[in-house]
Design a protein around this ligand. Structure first.
Ligand SMILES: *Cc1c(COP(=O)(O)O)cnc(C)c1O
Length: 471
């Protein structure tokens, strides 16, 4: 199994090579040269496996350069009960809808699912080549904390995470800044998220500096994260079809609250691998560039300045970095057509795929919808009244959009991308209840915080990285 760039350049890469690289050498994204197929009997033979064992099977199809025993050990460590006390529970909430619990990890959001595996895989790859890596990233909340919790205490990796000063929720701040590990460096930048991202880009764009200081990234285009997310689509299908006599070919639909198109891309890959998925429902918030794209075929990404700040903030993205991998499939994996499409986008600010629009649903099973602040509040309220469950605002966007696509006899599985505790204010606004925090979370909010405040200045960041980087 090897990996190629969506833009056609460079040499084929192994799984481990894609792990340590961010973008492919030609600016494209690494994609599997050929997706593995999973036949019905194989799928059925996985039914009795626990989550870590299933992850070993599914990831084993991708990470063919990692010996099976090593991979199994990494999956056991990533999905250990200490990290995920319950592994991906399914909870029906009525109306044909079931939640897939992806937020049982240390930072209460689904990014833990992939990041915990990535932490193991990075450590493994670095040990093999006796190297070190300094991760420099920017976060508006969820990605940074998931990365820090996955990499804390690792000997060969350090993390420099930039966050916008005063712009994260108290809970998000506590999750990151309370970490005491020497390899975790929190940098609060006097600026907004875009400023943080620009600083990171400036450093990563300086190839000499990047090489000299062994800089790396763990952002949402990382292929290991995409493949680790494929696992839970298989898991959810197996659990949803437990007890069905002849489950082969039994179709379920998934709804995915989406931002960077990473999570739903994993579903798209699972479907192409042969998992019986009827619909992949993309749920957007008010930043609904992707909803427009899937409904009309017109792709019109917006500038950062036109991105709205919403009450489902982890979906406030107007240029989804993983969409390129889907477009690559849409242009039948032809790098020339892909580059032409992006040239058109650069020239006109939009690119028109409307002639292909019928394929979105017919061939790829993808449909989409938008949810607004009012929808979010109404859905949190309705789900609470109907089932007693409190769902977070992102999951509420999913449930709202899913309702329009429920079909008789087809289970609708909505991915729960965060826990309500992370977004207490919106929950209070919706149902007038303060979500309960367990003793651990209360202690977290009170713990001493470690953060270095820096100006929005590249020089200062360079000096800091230079001084603290592993070498
Ligand atoms: C990151 C995130 C999303 C969006 O996921 P993508 O893979 O970027 O589409 C949705 N909800 C929550 C809570 C998130 O943290």
């Amino acid at each position: 199994m090897h990996y190629i760039s969506t833009r056609g350049g460079g040499e084929p890469m192994t799984y481990t090579e894609t792990l340590l690289e961010g973008l492919a050498a030609d600016g494209g994204l690494a994609v599997p040269a050929l997706l593995p197929r999973v036949e019905a009997e194989t799928l059925e033979s996985w039914r009795a496996l626990d989550y870590a064992a299933l992850a070993t099977e599914v990831l084993g199809l991708f990470a063919t350069d990692i010996p099976r025993d090593d991979l199994a050990r990494m999956c056991r460590a990533a999905y250990a009960p200490e990290t995920f006390p319950v592994a991906v529970p399914l909870r029906p909430i009525g109306g044909g809808i079931t939640l897939v619990g992806l937020s049982e990890g240390p930072t209460l959001a689904f990014k833990d699912m992939a990041m915990q595996f990535l932490g193991q895989a990075l450590e493994y790859a670095l040990e093999k080549q006796d190297g070190v890596l300094n991760i420099v990233g920017a976060t508006s909340g969820d990605t940074g904390s998931a990365a820090e919790h996955a990499l804390r205490g690792k000997e060969r990796v350090s993390v420099f995470m930039l966050s916008p000063q005063g712009r994260m929720s108290p809970f998000q701040r506590a999750q990151m800044y309370s970490l005491q590990d020497g390899n975790v460096h929190n940098l609060a930048v006097d600026g907004v998220f875009d400023d943080c991202q620009n600083l990171v880009k400036a450093l990563a764009g300086d190839l000499a500096f990047k090489r000299a200081h062994r800089l790396g990234a763990v952002n949402s285009i990382n292929l290991a994260r995409i493949t680790a997310q494929v696992v839970y689509y298989f898991w959810a299908w197996l659990r949803a079809t437990d007890g069905i006599d002849d489950a082969a070919g039994f179709e379920v639909s998934f709804t995915v609250p989406s931002g960077n198109f990473g999570n739903i891309l994993s579903g798209h890959y699972a479907r192409r691998m042969g998992l019986p998925i009827r619909r992949l429902v993309l749920a957007a918030n008010e930043n609904n560039v992707l909803d427009e794209f899937f409904r009309t075929g017109l792709y019109r990404p917006r500038a950062a300045a036109q991105t709205l700040a919403t009450s489902s903030p982890s979906m406030d993205i107007s240029k989804a970095s993983n969409l390129e991998r889907f477009i690559h499939d849409l242009v039948d994996q032809d790098p020339v057509r892909l580059r032409d499409a992006w040239a058109e986008l650069d020239a006109q600010g939009h690119v028109d795929f409307s002639e292909q629009q019928s394929r979105f649903t017919e061939e790829f099973g993808i449909v989409s919808g938008t949810s607004t602040h009012a929808d979010r509040l109404a859905t949190i309220r309705a789900v609470h009244e109907g089932s007693g469950e409190i769902i977070d605002p992102h999951t509420a966007d999913g449930v709202k959009v899913a309702r329009g696509f429920v079909e008789p006899g087809v289970p609708m599985l909505v991915l729960e991308t965060a826990k309500p505790q992370k977004f207490a204010e919106t929950i209070r606004e919706a149902i007038g209840i303060d979500v309960e925090l367990g003793p651990e979370l209360r202690a977290l909010l009170d713990a001493p915080q470690h953060v270095t405040e820096i100006p929005n200045d590249e020089r200062t960041l360079r000096d800091f990285v230079q001084e603290h980087a592993l070498r």
